[in-house]
Write a protein that binds this ligand. Structure first.
Ligand code: ATP
Length: 236
């Protein structure tokens, strides 16, 4: 099988600090994969190295079968790697619609079609179409941040802790759109501390602990595996 994303023995350091130690993982086209682990496990570091914001200190990184280690971040985005960062980054002074428009690489007509698709995924955004970014609730900002990443029509969408700071209800509203996004053909990598939910909305998962993968498998199996919870609490 040809993977959409593959890391082989990937390592990343911040100076002397080794944040990721030889990670090997694979994501297939249209797959939804969770990356779960406690605070500091290395989820954000992995995502930033995939999008090109951090340099690898070792190992390989392949996107669509090609080595992308030397490809700059903006070209990786053009090739189909979309990213929604931790902390719901939206333009506070732009309306919902403008936030979406500026995130598009497409022509005007195609951009309109894409925006309608975003409103179908998150109807709450349609109702707030003219509202400025800063006036939105935390949940609406998170929805908008996810849609901004989707506007580039990525083949791979990387979501960094979309549930951060959201109520359980809003977390549900955001995370439960992931299976639908994957089904439409965009593979999703979901980095989350929210273990239960992350394993419900994905089909496979990797459990990270201090920079290494300690468990991997179908999300459904990991849901009933007590070692997963222990790894969050410092076990394994
Ligand atoms: P969080 O949920 O807090 O985002 P995480 O799983 O995403 O956690 P990372 O932020 O990737 O974890 O951090 C992994 C390790 O790298 C941690 O030990 C962290 O302290 C360290 N680290 C992260 N950023 C830096 C940096 N800029 N300089 C030095 N060390 C860093």
């Amino acid at each position: 099988m040809k993977y959409l994303l593959e890391t082989r023995n990937l390592s990343v350091q911040y100076g002397e600090i080794v944040a990721l130690k030889g990670l090997s993982l694979q994501v297939g086209p249209g797959e939804a994969v969770a990356l779960v682990g406690a605070n500091g496990a290395g989820k954000t570091t992995l995502i930033k190295s995939i999008i090109g914001l951090l340099k690898l200190s070792g190992g390989e990184l392949l996107f669509d079968g090609h080595d992308v280690r030397a490809v700059p971040a903006y070209h990786r985005a053009r090739r189909g790697i979309g990213y929604s960062p931790e902390g719901r980054r939206v333009f506070p002074g732009l309306s919902v619609r403008e936030n979406l428009e500026v995130a598009s690489f497409a022509t005007g007509q195609e951009t309109c079609r894409l925006i309608d698709r975003m409103y179908a995924i998150f109807p709450a955004l349609k109702q707030k179409e003219r509202a400025l970014g800063w006036t939105l609730s935390g949940g609406q900002q998170q929805m908008l941040a996810v849609c901004r990443a989707l506007m580039s029509q990525p083949r791979l969408l990387l979501l960094d802790e979309p549930s951060l700071g959201l109520s359980p209800k809003l977390t549900d509203e955001v995370l439960w759109r992931i299976p639908e996004i994957a089904k439409s053909g965009t593979a999703v990598v979901l980095a989350e501390q929210n273990l239960t939910e992350a394993l419900e909305v994905t089909s496979r998962a990797y459990v990270l602990r201090v920079g290494s993968i300690v468990l991997e498998g179908p999300s459904q199996e990991l849901r009933s595996n007590p070692s997963v919870r222990n790894s969050f609490l410092g076990g394994l």
